[in-house]
Design a binder for this molecule. Structure first.
Ligand SMILES: [Mg+2]
Length: 383
């Protein structure tokens, strides 16, 4: 259960957002484009007693949109958060979602606003858990041990990065596909030679239409991927996903581009998806992703939260997976990103693919703002 006993009322006195951006030497390649830099938007909430909570807002694409999210939070969301006494983080999530519903439609930005609310929700849960002196995984009735996988293996020599990550302790891996059948097959063959029978997944990032996806799934089956992620547009009708699932020899995964209780409930009920992967900083935070996770597990699906951003969101995703348990893994980006390490210190230790979260309160980490400061490009503060 995630009902918090004797929850301290939260009166938020200050909301800050910080935008970081780091240029990277080797772009992260996906089937729809390159990432030339790594952005992150942190949310810091401070209550009137001076207690602090940290959250993160998804902002990967396009990365120029990071500052916009910080401004949306400061102008539209912070005023609602500041004016009320909150009895539970979920109350703030529900009220923010209700109050911003029309604006989200009118602006044509339901995604942006959902992301900003999600970042605030993470910060409110971190704050609540810190006030109670408990790590979030424990407060939510879960386990400190979280199975993980190394993701974001780009299509250029992925076996080299996979070998390095194996050396760091990872035991499951995900390759980006959708770069043509020859290149995809070459990469899977190289990874199988490097990793042996390790768990291996593939992510097409919405590269194909259904018939192509069926052909590719059939062509890649011999490498025994555990799942095929987003082979087609995430907004494809469920009838199309179901047709694909029935024809695909590889089980399907999706969720990072789903938004809303209804969309997840229908996706879980459809039986098209073997793996459900919400990104808690892109929609829902803990308040809405916890129920989705429990529904997915109760329906026999793997729950594997998506994450490919900075350190606070990574820790939140690990706590979410630790809270609900079950088979499957939390995602950890294999690509270099200083904002993953600097914004969440100390990062938990990894052993044989399993991360053990600490007993420190809340998310259990602090951003190292001194060292990350050189990447800070924009701030907002509302009090
Ligand atoms: Mg993906």
């Amino acid at each position: 259960m995630d009902l918090i006993p004797q929850f301290p009322a939260l009166r938020i006195g200050k909301v800050e957002t910080m935008v970081f951006r780091v240029p990277i030497d080797v772009p992260v390649e996906t089937s729809f484009g390159l990432m030339h830099d790594r952005p992150a938007v942190l949310v810091r909430v401070e209550d009137q007693d001076g207690a602090v909570g940290w959250g993160e807002i998804w902002c990967n694409f396009p990365s120029v949109g990071a500052e916009h999210r910080a401004r949306v939070l400061a102008s539209c969301i912070a005023p609602v958060l500041l004016g009320t006494e909150w009895r539970h983080p979920r109350d703030a999530y529900v009220e923010l979602t209700r109050r911003l519903r029309v604006l989200a439609i009118q602006a044509g930005e339901p995604g942006t606003i959902a992301q900003a609310i999600a970042g605030v929700d993470i910060a409110m849960w971190d704050l609540a858990a810190r006030r109670l002196g408990q790590p979030l995984w424990k407060l939510l009735g879960g386990s400190a041990r979280v199975p993980t996988y190394a993701s974001g293996l780009s299509p250029t020599a992925p076996e080299k990065l996979a070998a390095a990550k194996y050396g760091e302790g990872f035991r499951a891996f995900k390759l980006k596909v959708g770069f043509g059948i020859d290149r995809d097959r070459r990469n899977l063959r190289a990874l199988r030679e490097e990793l042996g029978a390790a768990a291996l997944m593939i992510d097409a990032n919405q590269a194909w239409v259904t018939d192509e996806a069926i052909a590719m799934s059939t062509a890649l089956e011999e490498f025994e991927p555990a799942w095929l992620e987003e082979p087609i547009g995430a907004d494809s009708p469920l009838s199309e996903w179901t047709r694909l699932a029935q024809a695909s020899p590889i089980p399907l995964a999706a969720g990072e581009n789903m938004r809303g209780d209804t969309m997840f409930a229908e996706a879980i009920a459809s039986k098209a998806f073997a793996v459900i992967q919400p990104d808690l900083a892109k929609w829902g935070g803990f308040s809405a992703c916890l129920p989705v996770a429990r529904q997915a597990i109760a329906a026999g699906r793997l729950f594997c939260p998506h994450w490919l951003g900075g350190g606070i969101g990574l820790l939140a995703s690990l706590h979410l997976k630790g809270a609900v348990g079950g088979e499957g893994y939390a995602e950890i980006d294999a690509n270099p990103n200083p904002l993953r390490d600097l914004l969440a210190t100390p990062l938990p230790q990894m052993l044989e693919g399993v991360v053990t979260l600490s007993d420190r309160p809340g998310l259990g980490v602090e951003p190292n703002l001194q060292d990350a400061g050189r990447f800070l490009v924009h701030t907002e503060c509302v009090s």
